[in-house]
Design a binder for this molecule. Structure first.
Ligand code: CA
Length: 236
């Protein structure tokens, strides 16, 4: 499968070495040098991953990321020249998957790209496997990863990013009890930055949204002292 990467970077010299490093791993890279061009490219076609510089001539990469995250869960690696703690926190908060400060080694960037693609692949494979393992369930949920959306009983749920990621994690292994820490690993790009309590908060809002669609089933189960699990259908 051809892996397509969008590189958004206004420095031609950096763009060149990044493109070279990615090409030598067999990735096809499209280079764009401004926020506006990046957004045009992102609406024109799907990419497997985006490498996004923050300091762009027509705005901040963070704005690009924010708008992208409303419509897509494509993995994003941020590049930043500035020193960088705030960029890092903001970037991860807005849904970046990784962060690399400049100057960086192109080989390290290529290695991180590979690691993130592998992780993204594993989660779709796990969901497919879970679906195959439970042929006897009438499935209540439908996941559309390309649109970052989940439907429940035929109706699309309006989810925040964290609700989406939590539900997606639960959905990958129906009936499995996940501890709060495991859910955080699945849903938060930088688990150390959040508190376990917020898992409960997002589970609560998620339950309310499911109840709105169908109050007769309560698919999320609380396991006292252990965590949560998800029922994905009636036994056939
Ligand atoms: Ca720049």
């Amino acid at each position: 499968m051809l892996i397509k990467i969008l590189l958004v970077e206004d420095e031609p010299s950096i763009a060149e070495i990044v493109q070279f490093a990615l090409a030598s791993e067999g990735f096809q890279t499209t280079w764009r040098a401004s926020a506006a061009e990046a957004e045009t490219a992102l609406t024109a076609q799907a990419y497997n991953l985006v490498v996004l510089d923050l300091g762009l001539p027509d705005g901040s990469g963070l704005e690009v990321l924010k708008r992208l995250r409303r419509v897509s869960e494509v993995p994003v690696i941020i590049l930043s020249a500035r020193d960088a703690e705030l960029d890092r926190v903001l970037g991860l908060e807005l849904g970046a998957d990784d962060f690399i400060g400049k100057p960086f080694s192109p080989r390290e960037l290529a290695a991180r790209v590979k690691a993130i693609l592998k992780r993204a692949n594993r989660s779709s494979a796990a969901i497919e496997a879970a679906t195959a393992d439970h042929p006897n369930l009438n499935r209540w949920f439908e996941l559309d990863e390309s649109r970052a959306s989940i439907s429940f009983r035929g109706r699309s749920l309006a989810l925040t990013r964290y609700e989406y990621l939590l539900l997606k994690t639960l959905l990958a292994q129906p009936e499995r009890v996940f501890s709060r820490a495991q859910l955080m690993d699945g849903a938060w790009p930088d688990p150390a930055a959040s508190f376990e309590r917020s898992v409960d908060t997002h589970i609560k809002t998620l339950r309310a949204k499911l109840r709105e669609i169908d109050p007769s089933v309560d698919p999320i189960r609380t396991h006292r002292g252990l965590g949560y699990s998800l029922r994905t259908g009636d036994a056939a």
